[in-house]
Design a protein around this ligand. Structure first.
Ligand code: C2O
Ligand code: CU
Length: 448
């Protein structure tokens, strides 16, 4: 109670009226694809210019767009979320990156098997200093809904607005022909730059924004594909989204579209939905990583307006999950204390956690056990994994991911092929947890 009161006081003192232009609103909710001026492409390359800049974010508090607060933060190409980068499988992504911030930064390509030197972690290359350029070049061999964000001073820089979506698609896939929408969700607060637990805004329901808009309306004219990212540092998104099919995960479209009740996305997770129209609200059922659905009232995240469309016939490929080999190559035990914000893997804190080391080409099982009283989204760089089971239960179909939520006292078993040489970060994507120790290295080596 005291805590909530404290928050609302701080908030009051910060809130001021901001009048956003109508134009600004419509421009923002449909995130622009990276525009002609900063893109060029051929079969081999897709090229973008990206600039990390300072930006004053105008955060609306209601759907009238006339009341809100301002947050001094950062943005890519002057927008949060960044313009969407779209590429074809097989192209090489080239980004001419310029750092116009007052601080060093990097870009990490979350979900992409990049070369280690492009992964954006400070031990793989020096961070890009203020006023410095960095040329990024990554062959795109996977399909999926990826996102990018800094991996230097991570919790703070992401929270200040540096993130965007990268879509890599096989354009022959039957789902690729539908119109696309891109939604990045984040929970904003007036004091955006404090990311410690004391300033957590997990339980404030007013500030979940969609592409930085509060409860926008999105019109659909035919079945429409929604690529969804939870870009929040620590908030869980638990959505009730009627009349839609779940058609893809983080690493591409699924064999069989799934019906779903609730869509739970932990920080860093993505999903692809095919919306089948109707007049409806997509609603958030507040969710805490300290124990699931909370007592709070559900609230509207955004609305969809359109006719109800007939379900198109989509290809259905039965892809059962790979059977568990019943052997385990490595175990990560997550422990910690939410009251002190101290987090451990196998009893130690990064960089003191013993790294996992697999030889290039090895396929094995990594088991992640959560013995802490909070949930943690486990994310692995540079590689992907198949979820073999959660508490012994295999998923309904083959599920390839790079981020998986591990519930309280849950055990997940992940099948990994070490097919990318390098030292890869493996960490909790609740960013303050990663910063406070819940991180290790998964090294894929060639020769000893
Ligand atoms: Cu999206 Cu290591 O992070
Ligand atoms: Cu965590």
């Amino acid at each position: 109670m005291i805590y909530l009161f404290f928050l609302s006081c701080t908030e009051q003192s910060r809130i001021r009226d901001t009048y956003l232009e109508e134009e600004e609103i419509t421009q923002n909710i449909l995130l622009p694809w990276a525009t002609e001026s900063n893109i060029s492409q051929d079969d081999q390359y897709v090229r973008f210019e990206m600039r990390a800049q300072r930006k004053v974010h105008k955060i609306p508090l209601n759907d009238e767009f006339d009341v809100g607060f301002e947050v001094e933060g950062y943005a890519y190409n002057d927008l949060t979320p960044s313009p969407v980068l779209i590429a074809k499988k097989g192209q090489t992504l080239k980004v001419d990156f310029f750092n116009d911030l007052d601080a060093p930064t990097t870009i990490h390509w979350h979900g992409i098997k990049s070369p280690e030197s492009m992964d954006g972690v400070p031990y793989a290359h020096e961070p890009v200093g203020p006023e410095e350029f960095f040329n990024i070049e990554i062959p795109l061999e996977q399909e999926g809904t990826f996102w990018f964000h800094p991996h230097y001073d991570t919790a703070r820089q992401v929270d200040m607005g540096l993130y965007g979506m990268l879509i890599v698609e096989d354009q022959e896939h039957p789902i690729a022909k539908y119109p696309k929408r891109f939604l990045l969700f984040d929970d904003w607060k007036p004091d955006q730059v404090s990311v410690d637990v004391e300033h957590s805004h997990l339980y404030e329901d007013g500030h979940w924004l969609v592409n930085q808009h509060h409860q926008p309306k999105i019109e659909v004219e035919e079945p429409t594909v929604f690529h969804v990212v939870n870009a929040s540092n620590q908030g869980y998104l638990n959505m009730h989204w009627p009349n839609a099919l779940w058609v893809g995960g983080e690493q591409g479209y699924w064999g069989t579209p799934a019906i779903f009740e609730h869509l739970l996305l932990a920080p860093g997770e993505r999903a692809v939905l095919l919306d089948l129209g109707g007049e409806k609200d997509v609603v958030m059922q507040p969710y805490s990583n300290h124990g699931g659905t909370t007592w709070e009232e559900p609230f509207n995240l955004f609305s969809i307006e359109g006719d109800v469309f007939e379900q198109p016939s989509l290809p259905t490929i039965i892809e059962p999950p790979t059977p568990d080999p019943q052997s385990t190559d490595a175990v990560l035990v997550f422990q910690g204390n939410p009251y002190t914000n101290s987090w451990y893997i196998n009893g130690a804190q990064f960089p003191d956690v013993e790294p996992i080391r697999w030889k290039y080409g090895h396929t094995g099982v990594l088991e992640v056990r959560n013995l802490s009283p909070t949930e943690h989204p486990f994310h692995l760089h540079g590689l992907v994994f198949e979820v073999l089971s959660v508490d012994g239960v295999p998923p309904e179909q083959r599920q390839i991911e790079d981020t998986v939520n591990v519930g309280i006292y849950q055990t997940v078993r992940l099948l990994i092929t070490a097919d990318n040489i390098g030292q890869w970060m493996a960490h909790c994507h609740i960013l303050p947890h990663g910063d406070e120790g819940m991180m290790t290295i998964f090294e894929v080596y060639d020769e000893e």
